[in-house]
Design a protein around this ligand. Sequence first.
Ligand code: FE2
Ligand code: FE2
Length: 258
Amino acid sequence: MNNFDLERYLTNSKKVDLSEFDFSAAENYSLTDDEVRCLHYMMDVESSTIVYLRAILRTCVIDDPEAVAFLSCWAYEEYFHGRVIREFLRVSGVEVSPGRYVEVKRSASLRERIEELGASFMCSLTRHFHAAYLTWGAVQELTTLEGYGVLARRTSNPLLKTVLNRIIKDERRHFSFYYNKARAALEASRAQRLTTFLLRKFWTPVGSGVKADPDVNWMIRFVFGDSAGAEVTRRIDSTIGRLPGLAWFDLLTATRSH
Ligand SMILES: [Fe+2]
Ligand SMILES: [Fe+2]
């Protein structure tokens, strides 16, 4: 976790290939209704990465060659996460409408668009916005990978376990990029103060903006609601809390107990 080799990442980046899995076995296993709901959520978030990318590329992040290189591969990998979840659902007997992406995108909230404008405005004011964006990315990737981990451990469907564990490998690298870049960007105390302000004021869990609030709340309860989930949210908070100036970070635990 202490360093990120960008060149290595760029060399090794590849999509999750459907041929990696034996989907013919899917009919032998079942999914609970809650798992199906949860997978829909995750698929929608993964498939909406391009919308988030559009927003972030309107900010000063476009001026950072390392970030641009990373984001190019990152968006590609995230797209295929959405695709493999969709395919897994399909072979498990859950049809996903071909127009789902368009419906999800249309319902992306006004808040998301306001945040988009706010982010590009902040950039024009201060170069320290970069630190906030990177920290934000680290929190979301860590939450995603821990969330997938919870589901993979909990499910009785071995094929789902395999799919999630494969996606987690990518999410770990994504997290590592954001976390290590954030650590460097947070060296400046102004960056720490700005990041603290923006996270405290505007941070929302992965998927809000794309999904309606009741869905987001349900997801938090479903993934992190039990005692194992409480442990995971504490771990996320303490990992982010090791970044410079962020020892206060408690947003996952606070959201969980809200
Ligand atoms: Fe992903
Ligand atoms: Fe990711």
